[in-house]
Design a protein around this ligand. Structure first.
Ligand code: ZN
Ligand code: ZN
Length: 371
């Protein structure tokens, strides 16, 4: 089967089956422009498969895309030298979405592929992803699983003639002039808890750094804090385990001290992710921006080697609502109450009103948002 055919098939499969874990490929209609009516030409923005098309990295920029895969994790990274890296790919149902996202960036080869641990919300679609692109090197922790997604992934790898590199702390996925990706965890393999076998990765570009905590829970976090202390300090963190209360211990949060945090989880998920106390802990530690894929969809964080910022896709994505996490209100972007919402409580959302109401949000009485 050709790559294009496979991709089309997967996209169709995803559209048909993404009910809970992964939002339908069409996503919600995004009709209102950022900043409300003052933004020009919003009505002429063409609707695309999942909002605005990803913008390929400008030379010299590191772009980290936290892809909305519902309840799961998938991070696609455009390295400043033109190489690509994928960390996890969400459930199998989301493979079409991940493949099309990568494809639209013009990537034909994933140079570095990391499956952080063998839970299906992280590697369920790996067989499909591996089958759709040329693959460079593949990395995993030293644990296995018996489920069918894992065996399908192994079969896809052997079909490609690729091999798996088992990684442990101190291993560098790459180490270039001013760019390196170092494996910090897991310091210990605990087959009875695969989350604590998560590969925790620190990516550094110039003077900036990103930490990817996968599903590490408090035990692994404690070992990381003990082993690395200050070295965990990062500008941006993919918060562990979908913002669950099992992760983000006080000590770990303090050690990482990131200004930008990303929580990857599904809207209205049955696990109650993200935990409110976890979000408060990060924000109280000095985090300035907390991004959530359940509310905002795919989010991008960019580094030029000196500073880290939220990608402009966020501003350009035509979000529908502005949420106030304090009081859980839904506002139209032009509501007079919006400028007064503290940044830490303000979230730009692409979800439908019905989805948000299921999450406990209610419409503002003044601007009366309607679909
Ligand atoms: Zn997970
Ligand atoms: Zn997990």
């Amino acid at each position: 089967m050709t790559k294009k055919l496979l991709y089309l098939l997967l996209a169709a499969l995803c559209a048909a089956s993404c009910l809970f874990g992964c939002y339908g490929a069409d996503g919600p209609a995004r009709s209102s422009a950022p900043g409300g009516p003052s933004a020009a030409d919003s009505s002429e923005t063409p609707a695309t498969e999942s909002g605005s098309a990803p913008v390929p990295a400008a030379e010299g920029k590191l772009r980290v895309h936290y892809i909305d895969v519902g309840q799961g994790d998938s991070v696609f990274i455009e390295l400043p030298d033109g190489e690509y890296m994928l960390i996890d790919c969400g459930e199998r149902d989301c493979a079409g979405r991940v493949i099309s996202f990568i494809d639209r960036l013009g990537c034909e080869k994933i140079d570095y592929l990391l499956a952080t641990h063998p839970h299906t919300d992280h590697m369920g679609g790996m067989a499909q992803v591996i089958g759709s692109f040329a693959i460079g090197r593949i990395f995993m922790p030293d644990v296995v699983a018996t489920h069918s997604s894992f065996s399908a992934m192994l079969a896809a790898i052997s079909e490609k003639g690729a091999k798996i590199e088992t990684v442990s702390p101190g291993f560098f996925i790459f180490e270039k002039e001013d760019l390196r990706a170092e494996v910090l965890g897991p310091l210990r393999i605990t087959p009875e808890n695969l989350n604590n076998c998560s590969v925790v990765l620190k990516l550094q570009y110039g003077g900036t750094s990103f930490l990817f905590a996968a599903d590490a829970e408090k035990d692994e976090e404690a070992e990381l804090v003990g082993a690395y202390g200050e070295k965990l300090k990062s500008d941006a963190v993919k918060i562990g385990h979908h913002g669950s209360a099992d992760s983000s211990s006080e000590e770990f949060v303090r050690a990482v001290g990131a200004k930008i945090g990303i929580i990857s989880c599904g809207a209205g998920n049955p696990y109650g992710h993200p935990n409110r106390g976890v979000m408060t802990r990060w924000l109280d530690s000095g985090m300035e921006t907390l991004l959530r894929t359940d509310l905002e969809g795919t989010v991008t964080v960019v580094s030029d080697g000196e500073t880290v910022s939220v990608g402009k896709e966020r501003a350009e994505t035509e979000y529908k609502w502005v949420l106030n996490l304090n009081g859980k209100k839904i506002h139209r972007p032009d509501c007079e109450g919006v400028p007064g919402i503290a940044e830490r409580n303000r979230v730009f959302s692409v979800r439908t009103l019905a989805e948000l109401e299921k999450q406990g949000f209610s419409p503002c009485g003044k601007c009366r948002p309607e679909e």
